[in-house]
Ligand binder design. Structure first.
Ligand SMILES: N[C@@H](CCC(=O)N[C@@H](CS)C(=O)NCC(=O)O)C(=O)O
Length: 201
C-alpha cells in the first residue's frame, strides 16, 4: 500500500505523481494543507523532519524528497525503468535533476509568486530577471536535447524533474523561441505522455 503526502500545486509532488503513473502504481493521496501549516505538525515532522511535501510511505518505508522518492520508486518498481543502465547515464540524469532544482524551479517559483500578487504590488524587475534566468535554462536544454528525443536518450527521471514547470511556461510569461526546435519538440512529447496528462495541465 503506497501513500503520498501531497499538495496539488507543488512541483515536487507532481514529479512523484508522474513516476507513480509511469509505473501504473495505485496510491492513496493524503492532502497536507501547506496554507494551514500542516507540514509543520508534530505528526508530519515525524515523517519528514524538514516539514515539506512530498513524503511517500510504502508499507513501513518512509521516504522524503521528490528526487530520492523517485529513485526509490524506480528501484523498487523497475518496470518501466526510468534510469539508464550505465553509471555515466545515471550520473547525467542526476546532474540534470540537480540543475532543475537549483536553476529552474527557484526562478519559476519566484515568477509565479510575483504574478499571484496584484499588479500594483509586483516587482517587475524581479520578474524580468527570473524570466531571463529561465530562458538561459531553456537554451541549455536545447543543446542537451541535440539528436535526442528526451534529455538522456530514453524518457527518464531527468525529464520528469522538468515536467511540472516546463508545462506551465506560458503562465510564467515565457514563450518558447521557435528557433529552439529540439526544446519545442520535447515539450510536445512530454505533453502527450499519458503519465504527464494525469497532472491535468
Ligand atoms: N527538495 C524537496 C523540496 C520540497 C518542497 O520544497 N516542498 C514545498 C512545497 S512545493 C513545501 O513543502 N513547502 C512547505 C514549507 O517549506 O513549509 C523535494 O524535492 O521534495
Amino acid at each position: 500500500m503506497i501513500r503520498l503526502y501531497d499538495y496539488p500545486d507543488c512541483p515536487f509532488c507532481q514529479k512523484v505523481r508522474v513516476v507513480l503513473a509511469e509505473k501504473d502504481l495505485e496510491f492513496e493521496k493524503v492532502l497536507v494543507d501547506l496554507h494551514k501549516g500542516e507540514q509543520k505538525s508534530p505528526e508530519f515532522l515525524k515523517l519528514n523532519p524538514y516539514g515539506k511535501v512530498p513524503v511517500l510511505v510504502d508499507d513501513d518505508v518512509v521516504v522524503y524528497d521528490s528526487t530520492i522518492i523517485n529513485e526509490y520508486l524506480d528501484e523498487e518498481y523497475p518496470n518501466p525503468s526510468l534510469m539508464p543502465e550505465d553509471s555515466a547515464g545515471r550520473g547525467r540524469v542526476r546532474q540534470l535533476e540537480d540543475f532543475c532544482d537549483n536553476s529552474f524551479i527557484p526562478p519559476a517559483g519566484l515568477v509565479l509568486a510575483e504574478l499571484h500578487k496584484p499588479e500594483t504590488d509586483r516587482d517587475a524587475d524581479r520578474v524580468r530577471r527570473c524570466q531571463a534566468e529561465i530562458s538561459r535554462v531553456l537554451a541549455r536544454l536545447e543543446t542537451q536535447l541535440e539528436g535526442k528525443e528526451f534529455l538522456v536518450g530514453e524518457f527518464s527521471l531527468a525529464d520528469v524533474a522538468f515536467v511540472p514547470r516546463v508545462l506551465i511556461l506560458p503562465q510564467l510569461g515565457i514563450e518558447v523561441d521557435a528557433r529552439l526546435q529540439n526544446l519545442g519538440a520535447w515539450i510536445g512529447r512530454l505533453r502527450e505522455r499519458a503519465s504527464v496528462r494525469t497532472l491535468g495541465f
